[in-house]
Write a protein that binds this ligand. Sequence first.
Ligand code: UD1
Length: 338
Amino acid sequence: MKILVTGGLGFIGSHTVVELQNEGFEVVIIDNLSNSSIEVLDGIEAITRKRPLFEKMDLRDKPKVQEFFKKHPDVEGVIHFAASKAVGESVEKPLLYYENNLGVLVYLLQELTQKNKANFIFSSSCTVYGQADTLPITEDAPVKPAESPYGNTKQIGEEIIRDTCAISPQLAAIALRYFNPIGAHPTVELGELPLGVPQNLVPFITQTGVGLREQLSVFGDDYPTEDGTCIRDYIHVVDVAKAHVVALQRLLQGKNESNYEVFNLGTGKGSSVLEVIHSFERVSGEKLNYQVVDRRPGDVIQAYADTTKANEVLGWKAASTLDDSMKSAWDWELKVRR
Ligand code: UD1
């Protein structure tokens, strides 16, 4: 069964391709290599002994998208990762984000709604909840005004899919709201490869640990949390990847309760920035050089998932601990810099 994975050479996409191939799916990847590297195909092949089909394509090229679906009429499902994801950059370049994250989504849905049957999985984010009033965060928590164009594209993206599903009974979609995916494949054949200075906590920690960055800045320790630093729900990327396969199978087997569903992907456990640092120090045996600085504008204080719906309805549960995730992130960093 052929599955299209857009952005399949990216961090979460590549791990998902591995899990799909492990389950026997035939995968075709579309990626424009804007934030990924072609060598990721080798990593996927090393793990699964199978090289996925690959087309280098920018999905903003609508005629190319149409051509692709003509060439591959047997695509039975689409997992759509391809998107821009840097919060700060989205403030500087809003139109790039709206074009990349929403224009492309529209093109894909235009193709899928012409099929007799289509299944679609969308990468959403816990950012849609903003600072939730109640913790842990359930899927019913209200969507809060977006803090950035990036966050807005995830909210509007969900609305576009919901509205399309409402008039397209032949289309079934699931939006997965990721909390904070981290870590790397246990084989260290795949992991996160941020271009330039990492914006996210864990790659910044491992790059500091390996000596590529001098010091980690901890953005604020005067938040109303136990140790004063922000709390997030860090989830192993392999757990996130597996959830995509479970979600896809749910649609393929017609187990979904409606043709548009939303699930949180988290562990259910919140960890503070200092706890993440301590986990890193535990698994690496390294002392991390860090300093507390001012808060980062736009950061929410706490976000962690209520995973009841994902556990009971989707039938998926995160298996890895924070230490497992940090260990794999560290092993990957050591391999990449060696
Ligand atoms: C951020 C985005 C989120 C997006 C995700 C995608 C915001 C508010 N949220 O998540 O919408 O989906 O990236 O990548 O921008 N931290 C430090 N020092 C650092 C880096 C981070 O102390 O050098 C802290 C942050 O203040 C935060 C935590 O680490 O408390 C996690 O930060 P990060 O990895 O950037 O993820 P989010 O901000 O949760």
